[in-house]
Design a protein around this ligand. Sequence first.
Ligand code: PLP
Length: 410
Amino acid sequence: MHQDHRALGLAPLSTVARTSVSGAIDIAQGKPVQPVTLVRPHAAARAARFFVEKFPGRSMYAVKANPSPELIQILWDNGITHFDVASIAEVRLVARTLPDATLCFMHPVKAEEAIAEAYFTHGVRTFSLDSLDELEKIMRATRSAADLTLCVRLRVSSEHSKLSLASKFGVAPHEAKPLLFAARQAADALGICFHVGSQAMTPEAYADAMERVRAAIVDAAVTVDVIDVGGGFPSSYPDMAPPPLERYFETIHRAFESLPISYSAELWAEPGRALCAEYSSVVVRVEKRRGNELYINDGAYGALFDAAHIGWRFPVTLLREPQSTVRDHPFSFYGPTCDDLDHMAGPFLLPADVQAGDYVEIGMLGAYGSAMRTAFNGFGSDETVIVEDEPMVSLYTEVEREAASNVVKL
Ligand SMILES: Cc1ncc(COP(=O)(O)O)c(C=O)c1O
């Protein structure tokens, strides 16, 4: 694991502790000096099984959301056989961890060397693209291979999502015709893919995107073999309680069935967040209290990137026994580095008597939390422990921990 994270340019992480403890409170009682990442294999397994059983097509895990080899193995063990990889380091990581997995290189702008290595060394056959230049690059790098699945990325709206992915990639549907046509000539199988933006708060996001797909297919008059609806499936956070995932699946299924595509066309999705958000949380220590501000030992350059940079609130709970009976109060957090930007506005609701020396669990950090950690300023924890308790919030069960004080009701 140490090596794998290095390969991705991430802060080195230690090997996950093999001894399980029952829950976050046990960790706090050990009074750790560094933040501790808690991982919940059962939560990731449950999410994988949910997608495998209920999504009406193939679910491939978007590795960028959390590239932990342990997690990738758990997903595989629970039925996820395909992986969306976006860099050559991710290709190598998954190929090394799961030699039998199918990898799809879904970054629309790739280095030619990366394409060649993926194709010739790791057996990757599926690539995404959004320009004729990229198509030429793929054909050059694979020496005009005849066994490619080429997925043209369409630009769709991110209006229903919390994090936009509408600017950087994708060809506009009314400009897609020449690219779809050229990709059709070059590919063994032609796909259309899109991304509605991360944390899509309504299934309508996919219905709208599918209408753009329809327009592009009608305009180009090509036979399409794969429709890939990308990621964007939500998780539950404070102030963000999405509808049940089944509603997303039903909407996508209905739209897919009505598209003018080949009878044998396949439906794919690339969930990242939804498969791993519940997988981990972090236990931090309060080092100082200044009024309503808590100085904690993880932050913007650690697992709390989204809390700092896009102002997301994450569920928090004070790990104290006996539990505090004092009413909740809004706090903001400062992380451990010397940087003013290392600030998480929250508000995070914790008992008003929280003080230095207390431990706080910050939940739902499995997606884009651990994956973003750095060792900036000498901070960055390397301790990871497996726990058996439930995540603070789950889209997959009705379970909510009594102790969680500001958890979204599902
Ligand atoms: C091409 C692609 N697929 C899938 C994902 C995963 O998205 P999410 O985590 O919102 O499901 C991303 C995220 O950026 C992406 O860029």
